[in-house]
Design a protein around this ligand. Structure first.
Ligand SMILES: [Zn+2]
Length: 184
């Protein structure tokens, strides 16, 4: 009797396990694609409107996913080598994940060993703005979105030619749109 019930449990586990794995996998995929394209609850999001935004953190907190809010509005930093774009080398444009402002072209991205997506120049001089950051006992220049003032990362002087700059960005506040997606 015991053996029968054991066999039955084993069969149940064998049958259910792949189903569980599959459902978790498809949920993860849905979540990822949803985060990149779904801005329905964000009335400030636009890839073409360059008008400066003045939105309170309380309002952004209601709109943005938690990981985006923590970096963009609380100046957080994602762990190195964990972001979705540090290895991306496809052709396209990187937009602000908060407001849709175009920030960087893939041609300005370079393979940096630092573990964060790195660029040597912004799309235009006004795509981003800069401010001094003396937090964590360091003196750094912070990079903010030129339209919504969200924190994107920092800029350093150890980048490649022609600028010698390294825009060290957080993947969570970027949204990459490949060129072929725009052509559709
Ligand atoms: Zn922005």
């Amino acid at each position: 009797m015991k053996r029968i019930s054991f066999n039955l449990s084993l069969r149940l586990i064998c049958c259910c396990f792949p189903i569980l794995l599959f459902s978790q996998c498809s949920n993860a995929q849905k979540k990822q694609s949803g985060m990149q394209t779904d801005h329905k609850n964000n009335p400030y999001y636009s890839r073409t409107d360059s008008k400066k935004l003045n939105v309170s953190d309380a309002e952004w907190k209601k709109i943005l996913p938690k990981d985006v809010y923590e970096i963009a509005r609380e100046k957080g930093t994602e762990y190195a080598f964990t972001g979705k774009y540090y290895k991306t080398d496809a052709k396209g444009t990187y937009y602000c994940a908060v407001c849709g402002n175009p920030l960087f072209r893939s041609g300005a991205k370079f393979a940096s060993s630092c573990g964060w997506p790195s660029f040597f120049e912004s799309l235009t001089p006004t795509s981003v703005r800069y401010q001094s950051d003396h937090s964590h006992g360091m003196s750094r220049d912070e990079v903010l979105c030129g339209r919504c003032d969200s924190h994107l990362g920092h800029i350093f002087d150890d980048g490649p030619p022609p600028t010698g700059k390294r825009f060290c960005m957080n993947s969570a506040v970027l949204e990459f749109v490949p060129d072929d997606a725009n052509a559709k």
